[in-house]
Design a protein around this ligand. Structure first.
Ligand SMILES: *Cc1c(COP(=O)(O)O)cnc(C)c1O
Length: 407
C-alpha cells in the first residue's frame, strides 16, 4: 500500500486525537526506523524517551521471547516469580522502600496521587477529603480526567470537566512559591524534576535541594515524576541524582518497558506505600510477568552498558554541536544529557515546519508546543550516528534559513 493511501485510510478509521508527522513506519532497529517505501530515518525522538534501549534491542527481544514461552499474564490474583526480582532491582537502584507496578505513566501518576492522599488523611491527619497536592504550571503528568484537572494546557481540558479538586499550582523552579503554597492540608508536592512536555525546562541549580528541604520541614511528601527523565535520559540514572534530592515517591514509566511493552511503577517510602492495602488499588495487567521480565532485563542493560553516563557524554557533545550552529532562527538550546530542546523563533518558523523538513531529510523528531524541536535519541546512539543526525539537522536549518530569511 502507498503511504498516501495508508494515511487516508487511517484518517477514516481513527479518532483525530493526534497530529502525527506524515510518515508511515513499519520497521525499526537500534536508532533506525524504516517507512513503507523502505526509506531509512534516524530516530531522534525515541517515542518520547520510551525507546532508550533502541528499537528491537536483541537482549530485550530474547527476554521477551523466553518469558512469552513461559507465562505472560496471570493478573495479580496470584503471585508470579517475575514481580519481586523487578521490584527489588528498582528499589536497589532508587533507594525507595516499596514498589507498586502499573502499565502506563498516567496510571503510575494516579497511583502516586492516591498514595499521597491516603497518607495525608491517614498518616498526617488531614481531615477526610481535604488533602491538597501542590503541582507546577506547565506540568505534564498524563491524560486521565484527574491528571488533566491540574494541567495548564487549555486543549488538554476543553470540554472534559468537571475536574478533580485538591490541586494547587505554583511556578516551576520557584522554591519560595512552594514554601508559600504549603498549608496544614498539603499532602504532597508532585513535580517533574525537569519538565519534558513543557519544552525541556531545566530548573535553576539548587532548586531540587531546596524543595527537598522544604518538604521535609513541613512534613510534605516530595514526589518526583520521572516517567520521562528517569532511567538515564538526563545523564544520571534518575534526574534527582543531579542534586541528590531523594524523593519520598518516585514515578517511572516510558523507558522502563524497554521500548517493547508499557511498564510503569510507583516507588516510595514505606509509611506511605504500606497504606495501599488489599482492594485499595490495582490493575489487571500491572506487574504481569512478561512486562516484568522485559523491564528487569532493560534495567540490567542500562547498568551494564552504563547508558546514563553515555547519555551525559553524548549529550554534552550534542549540545556543543547545536550551539555551534548559531542560527538566527534559534532562540534557545537547553537540556541535560541526550534530552535537548531546540527552541525556534516563532515569528520566523514553526517547530512543526522544522520537523517536517527534518523528516524529509531522513531524521525524525516531533514538535513540542509551537516552537520546540526535541532531540532525544535512544541512549545507545553512537557518536557516528549522532553526527549523522546532527548533520541532517544542520542541513535542515540552513535550507530553512535560506527560504525564510532570504528577503
Ligand atoms: C509521558 C509522561 C507521562 C504519561 O505517561 P503515559 O505512559 O503516556 O501515560 C507522565 N509523566 C511524564 C513526566 C511524562 O513525560
Amino acid at each position: 500500500m502507498s503511504m498516501k493511501n495508508y494515511l487516508k485510510w487511517e484518517s477514516q478509521v481513527c479518532a483525530p486525537n493526534y497530529n502525527p508527522i506524515p510518515v508511515v513506519l513499519c520497521r525499526g532497529e537500534g536508532v533506525w526506523l524504516w517507512d513503507l517505501d523502505d526509506k531509512k530515518y534516524i530516530d531522534m525522538m525515541s517515542a518520547y524517551s520510551a525507546v532508550s534501549h533502541g528499537h528491537c534491542n536483541p537482549r530485550l527481544l530474547k527476554a521477551l521471547q523466553e518469558q512469552a514461552a513461559m507465562v505472560c499474564i496471570t493478573s495479580r490474583a496470584y503471585h508470579t516469580d517475575r514481580l519481586a526480582p523487578l521490584m527489588q532491582k528498582l528499589l536497589d537502584m532508587s533507594g525507595m522502600d516499596l514498589g507498586l507496578p502499573m502499565n502506563t505513566g498516567a496510571e503510575a501518576v494516579e497511583t502516586a496521587i492516591k498514595a499521597a492522599r491516603r497518607w495525608g488523611h491517614e498518616a498526617k491527619g488531614i481531615p477526610e477529603n481535604q488533602a491538597e497536592i501542590i503541582v507546577c504550571s506547565q506540568n505534564f503528568h498524563g491524560r486521565t480526567t484527574t491528571i488533566i484537572s491540574f494541567s495548564s494546557e487549555p486543549e488538554y481540558k476543553r470540554g472534559f470537566g468537571a475536574f478533580t479538586p485538591g490541586f494547587v499550582d505554583i511556578p516551576f523552579g520557584d522554591a519560595d512559591a512552594l514554601r508559600k503554597a504549603i498549608t496544614p492540608n498539603t499532602a504532597a508536592f508532585l513535580v517533574e524534576p525537569m519538565q519534558g512536555e513543557a519544552g525541556i525546562i531545566i530548573p535553576p541549580e539548587g532548586w531540587m535541594t531546596e524543595v527537598r528541604k522544604i518538604c521535609t520541614e513541613n512534613n510534605v511528601l516530595l514526589i518526583f515524576d520521572e516517567v520521562q527523565t528517569g532511567l538515564g535520559r538526563t545523564g544520571k540514572m534518575f534526574a534527582f541524582q543531579h542534586e541528590n534530592a531523594i524523593p519520598d515517591g518516585l514515578i517511572l514509566g516510558k523507558a522502563l518497558g524497554g521500548g517493547i511493552l508499557p511498564v510503569s511503577a510507583f516507588l516510595g517510602r514505606r509509611d506511605m506505600m504500606e497504606l495501599l492495602t488489599p482492594g485499595s488499588h490495582g490493575s489487571t495487567f500491572g506487574g504481569n510477568p512478561l512486562g516484568c521480565a522485559v523491564a528487569l532485563e532493560g534495567l540490567k542493560i542500562l547498568e551494564e552498558d552504563d547508558l546514563a553516563e553515555k547519555s551525559r557524554v553524548m549529550g554534552e557533545y550534542m549540545m556543543n554541536r547545536l550551539m555551534s550552529f548559531d542560527s538566527p532562527m534559534v532562540r534557545d538550546v537547553r537540556g541535560k544529557g541526550l534530552w535537548v530542546g531546540v527552541d525556534f523563533h516563532p515569528h520566523i518558523i514553526s517547530a512543526r515546519e522544522v520537523c517536517e523538513r527534518f523528516m524529509e531529510n531522513g531524521a525524525l523528531s516531533k514538535e513540542t508546543h509551537d516552537t520546540v524541536v526535541r532531540l532525544a535519541p535512544p541512549l545507545t546512539i553512537t557518536k557516528e550516528e549522532l553526527d549523522y543526525a546532527l548533520d541532517i539537522l544542520e542541513k535542515t536549518i540552513r535550507e530553512l534559513e535560506a527560504e525564510k530569511l532570504a528577503s
